[in-house]
Design a protein around this ligand. Structure first.
Ligand code: ATP
Ligand code: MG
Length: 558
């Protein structure tokens, strides 16, 4: 078969191509194997894009398999969120989703097979004793006194473990490999343990559960996975992966390949840590827009394309590294710059009265949906005597660098007229309440004809026809580059300004019709998305996805 691609080469792609070309395999079968014990994060996205992406590229298939061997930490809620995240990213798993727990019967009979071959035994060491017997990286382990139990005794004890006769922790089933192996994973690893808890898929059927290492590789074999792609921390587990497959009557021989996991600065990518953020109410939920979870990023306004592009950009290697979060931010900015329609939103409204424009008049201006995308619909923006501009866009006095509205000077309203600030009205405390302006009726879409130069352009919204909205301004959750490094708990490194809620922003009327999850560039402010859950026509809510420029880089370089 032909395996030409235009994508940049990486070692996994190379292996797959060579295996197809040499007919080592006829079809690529990969899998994405999350444990349903939390929501997926950006690190998982890398694995998803790799496993599904490679299968797609080479005309193979990718399975979604829940590696659900820890019932007490798992739940159906997590299963649902994972399915929804993978679909949203744009991938479709082959067939139904699969569960390692579907294979518990088969795994159980392979455990018996190992016992019958003298390759597994029931061990009564307490966890503390087992730790001592295990040795260290420098010292070999010591054989368990239960290692030489007869096959009959092992079969009997294992059956009684299965029947619930023993307490949790009283006994385990271990593989009989090599207590002196330099690889700790090979020192008679546990394959089954007693857990008297119900399972989200198998209910009360089992009170013993297989360990991850035993389950994972053999599930791959059951499913005919050809390339089992995982992160580098499993490299030392590969001999065990191969050992299990070699020592039971496995229907196929999958191969494991490892790549470097994704780490992103200013971010934590560990389900355990993300769970703490949720459990300790640092964020509102797993899908809080500040979370690096896929559902959080979705709610923040990231597009599936931007996440897939990011994963393509970072590449696939065997070198551990930390990716700059600015790359992720670049990926979303780039996508939204090209595709998000433009709109006006005034975050900190300052009233303007245009004294030479009729009180009741409404002029409907037609503005481009996007500066270089004729295919995006134009928008109708009402211009009225009372408008709002952003407080930061007016000063009573300013030097030439300030290209916005200054008392006595002119500025262009984007898509509209040139106005001049004539008078400032203040309240008793000296706070500016309103600016009285005049507009030049000859300047719609053209410069003043008498040669007056107007440099600045600001955005605006009709005060009478615009609508009020809630806008949630998000920023990075952590203000340190490596929140989970060092002695200080990562929760001490939170950015106190990661969320700011603006209640009375003014949006142009068309934005009320935005569908949940519709994305925009609010001109001069950044990229925003209508909140997936809270946005409604009569109560609009927008989330800030990302600013127009990288404000963090600016701070660091200044
Ligand atoms: P965490 O470390 O966040 O708890 P995990 O590895 O325990 O994640 P799993 O559900 O076991 O989570 O992961 C499913 C798949 O995603 C695995 O193949 C794992 O290697 C991969 N994966 C997890 N985190 C990353 C990451 N940061 N970068 C790349 N792949 C990852
Ligand atoms: Mg894991």
């Amino acid at each position: 078969m032909t395996t030409e691609t235009t994508k940049p080469e990486h070692f996994i792609r190379k292996i797959l191509r060579e295996d197809l070309e040499s007919s080592k395999v006829n079809k690529i079968v990969t899998r994405f194997p999350p444990e349903p014990n939390g929501f997926l994060h950006i690190g998982h996205a890398k694995s998803i894009c790799l496993n599904f992406g490679m299968a797609q590229e080479f005309g193979g298939e990718c399975h979604l398999r829940f590696d659900d061997t820890n019932p007490e930490k798992e739940s159906e809620e997590y299963v649902q969120s994972i399915k929804s995240d993978v679909s949203w990213l744009g991938f479709q798993w082959a067939g139904e989703e699969r569960y390692a727990s579907n294979y518990f019967d088969q795994l159980y009979s392979w455990a018996i097979e190992l016992i019958e071959k003298g390759l597994a035994y029931v061990c009564d060491l307490t966890p503390e004793q087992a730790r001592e017997y295990r040795g260290t990286l420098k010292e070999p382990g010591v054989n368990s006194p239960y290692r030489d139990r007869s096959i009959e005794e092992n079969l009997d004890l294992f059956k009684r473990m299965t029947d619930g006769e023993f307490d949790e922790g009283a006994k385990v089933l271990r593989a009989k490999i090599d207590m002196a192996s330099p690889n700790m994973n090979m020192r008679d690893p546990i394959i089954y343990r007693i857990r008297k808890v119900a399972h989200h898929q198998t209910g009360d059927k089992w009170c013993i559960y297989p360990m991850y290492d035993f389950t994972h590789g053999l599930s791959d074999a059951i499913e005919g996975i050809t390339h089992s792609i995982c992160t580098l921390e499993f490299e030392d587990h590969r001999p065990l992966y191969d050992w299990f497959i070699a020592n039971v009557t496995a229907p196929a021989v999958p191969r494991q390949y490892e790549f470097a996991r994704l780490n992103v600065n200013y971010t934590v990518t560990s389900k355990r840590k993300l769970k703490r953020l949720v459990d300790e109410n640092v964020v509102s939920s797993w899908d809080d827009p500040r979370m690096p979870t896929i559902s959080g990023m979705r709610r923040r306004g990231f597009t599936p394309t931007s996440i897939r592009n990011f994963c393509e950009m970072i590449g696939v290697t065997r070198q551990d590294s930390v990716v700059d979060v600015a790359m992720l931010e670049y990926a979303i900015r780039d996508d939204l710059d090209k595709n998000a329609p433009r709109a006006f939103c005034v975050l900190d409204p300052l009233p303007i009265e245009i004294t030479n424009f009729d009180e009741d008049a409404v002029e409907t201006l037609t503005l481009a949906g996007h500066p270089n995308r004729d295919d995006l619909a134009t928008r109708s923006v009402p211009f009225t005597r009372h408008i709002m501009i952003d407080r930061a866009d007016f000063r009573e006095e300013a030097n030439k660098k300030y290209k916005r509205l200054v008392l006595g000077k002119e500025v262009r309203l984007r898509g509209g007229y040139v106005i001049r600030a004539d008078e400032v009205i203040k309240d008793a405390d000296g706070r500016i309440e309103k600016i009285l302006c005049t507009y030049d009726a000859e300047t719609l879409g053209q410069n003043p004809t008498d040669g007056r130069k107007v440099k600045g352009v600001i955005h605006w919204v009709s005060a009478t026809h615009g609508k009020q909205a809630e806008v949630r301004l998000y920023d990075r959750l952590f203000n340190e580059e490596a929140p989970d490094r060092g002695d200080v708990d990562f929760l001490e490194k939170l950015n106190p300004e990661s969320l700011q809620v603006v209640k009375g922003a003014y949006i142009e009327p068309s934005l009320c019709e935005a569908a949940p999850e519709q994305r925009f560039q609010f001109e001069r402010e950044g990229y925003f998305v209508a909140d997936r859950f809270d946005h409604a026509t009569d109560a609009p809510v927008f989330n800030k996805t990302i600013g127009l420029r990288d404000s963090w880089a600016k701070i660091e370089n200044s």
